[in-house]
Design a protein around this ligand. Structure first.
Ligand SMILES: [Zn+2]
Length: 392
């Protein structure tokens, strides 16, 4: 561990920051998929140097180089094919429509991906939506009816004429290396429409470091927010915070805020007293967990057994890049048809469908997220796959 001289926290500007774990030469993309194994293996790599701010509790990668990443069309992180996730998203849309009386309103979604969430908000509440995403595949525009349009660009003050009643931004902020600038831009785009509401959702850093969700560490995420650092960021950027809580089994954090410049009303609450303890024991526990898996996979290799990882999301991709050189892991499975047939960054594994997996006779399936365990087991059972299932 070392103090980063001259560097500051990207949320609160404090110099009280300490490096606590380092992962060298990681693929810079986890959610970009490739057409060939060669392209996948040749992906650019970067270092991850996780650094903790003792003032606001924020964790960020001091070795992050934003210029390496290009969020183009191949970016695929939709979870819409999971019934568990679908249920979460529709109940979230329902709640937002009720809480903020979202009917006949204008909603902007920043980083809307394929536009599933903005379409849901507009269809359910009869709203008008504008999604922004530089990775939007314009051949999918036909899915949008008259209520929704998607702009293949970053949201900026150039689009302030849309005058949104609500701005949503889910699973985006953790990719932004200058979050205070990003939020100031949003504030400027909202202008004097102080009744505009904001809904932001990010992965929960506390969950990650307390519950050792180590496979969620990816290069694309330059930030890991805890409640305190997320609230600090919004208060500092001139927003009034209404609510900030965890959701989705504690894996995500959401924050609801208003554009009013009365930040005195924002109660930042107290910092989680145990955060430092979680952070500074992370490295030791990380080494233990990766050591155990390495041993387990080596043993399978010696027994000529084969395994597959289920879930070609960030977690599965980090796992494969930690052990992908171990030949007992033959495949990665995903139910999302957009992912099947493509290759994952770094280790170069091909993504196959559950139907293809059924033909392989693989003995072990490694699942990445307990939130999806039940639906995965159901699928495996219905397809007559006899493999042993273990969640990381
Ligand atoms: Zn800080």
């Amino acid at each position: 561990m070392s103090t980063n001289l001259g560097k500051k926290c990207i949320v609160c500007d404090s110099e009280q920051i300490t490096e606590f774990v380092r992962m060298n030469s990681m693929p810079i993309y986890s959610n970009v998929l490739w057409e060939s194994r060669q392209e996948a293996v040749n992906v650019s790599r970067g270092d991850i140097v996780l650094t903790f701010c003792t003032d606001c509790g924020h964790v960020f990668n001091t070795a992050y180089e934003p210029g390496l990443l290009d969020y183009n069309c191949r970016y695929e992180n939709s979870l819409q094919f999971s019934p568990r996730f679908q249920k979460y998203v529709s109940s979230l849309a329902n709640r937002l429509i009720k809480s903020y009386d979202l009917t006949n309103k204008t909603i902007v979604e920043i980083g809307c991906g394929r536009g599933d969430f903005i379409r849901m908000l507009c269809n359910m509440g009869d709203n008008h939506g504008i999604g922004f995403d530089p990775s939007f595949d314009e051949s999918e525009a036909a899915k949008n009816n008259g209520h929704v349009s998607i702009i293949k660009d970053y949201f900026s003050p150039a689009y302030s004429h849309y005058k949104p009643d609500m701005v949503c931004c889910r699973q985006v902020l953790e990719h932004i290396d200058k979050p205070t600038e990003f939020l100031s831009n949003i504030h400027e785009s909202i202008g004097n429409r102080l009744q505009t509401q904001l809904f932001f959702e990010v992965p929960n850093g506390l969950f990650m470091f307390r519950d050792m969700s180590i496979w969620d560490v990816i290069y694309e995420h330059c930030s890991y927010y805890c409640k305190h650092s997320l609230k600090t960021l919004f208060a500092k950027s001139g927003f009034e915070i209404y609510e900030c809580e965890d959701i989705f089994g504690g894996q995500f954090l959401y924050l609801e805020a208003g554009a009013a410049r009365d930040t005195k009303k924002s109660n930042l609450g107290v910092k989680n007293a145990r955060m430092e303890e979680y952070i500074f024991s992370f490295k030791k526990k990380y080494d233990e967990i990766t050591g155990q898996w390495s041993e387990k996979l080596d043993q399978m290799n010696r027994q000529a057994a084969s395994a597959a990882v289920w879930g070609a999301g960030s977690k599965g991709i980090t796992f494969l890049n930690s052990f992908g050189q171990n030949s007992c892991i033959e495949a990665i499975v995903d139910i999302n048809p957009y992912k099947q047939g493509k290759f994952i960054s770094g280790s170069g594994h091909k993504i196959i469908s559950p139907e293809e997996l059924a033909k392989t006779g693989i003995q072990k399936i490694i699942t990445m997220n307990p939130m999806y365990s039940d639906e995965i087991k159901k699928t495996i059972c219905s397809m007559g796959i006899k493999a042993e299932v273990e969640c990381v």
